[in-house]
Write a protein of this length. Structure first.
Length: 95
């Protein structure tokens, strides 16, 4: 029985590693797509600001749907990190 538990634990560990790898790959693909859209004017702060504003102006139903699909998504307040980063970004990166 102990061997079965060890085998299961190893499988769980491998699956967690695979999940982390897939998440990283998805993030890279998303980043590349965003770069294509914004071309020379791309900066991560701009994208975060767009996502934050989109979330804030979405209906409650749409917000719930996004949260179901991405439970790790937690919108930050507009006065947090994004605003601080915006002040240090060149003006052409701002909307």
């Amino acid at each position: 029985m102990t061997d079965k538990l060890i085998t299961i634990e190893k499988q769980i560990h491998r699956l967690k590693e695979r999940r982390n790898k897939l998440c990283a790959q998805q993030a890279v693909l998303f980043y590349k797509e965003v770069e294509k859209i914004f071309k020379n004017g791309f900066c991560p702060t701009l994208v975060l600001n767009i996502l934050t504003k989109t979330y804030e102006t979405a209906s409650a139903l749409q917000q719930q749907e996004w949260e179901k699909r991405a439970p790790s998504f937690r919108p930050k307040s507009p006065n947090s990190h994004c605003k601080k980063s915006q002040e240090t970004e060149p003006a052409h990166h701002q909307i």
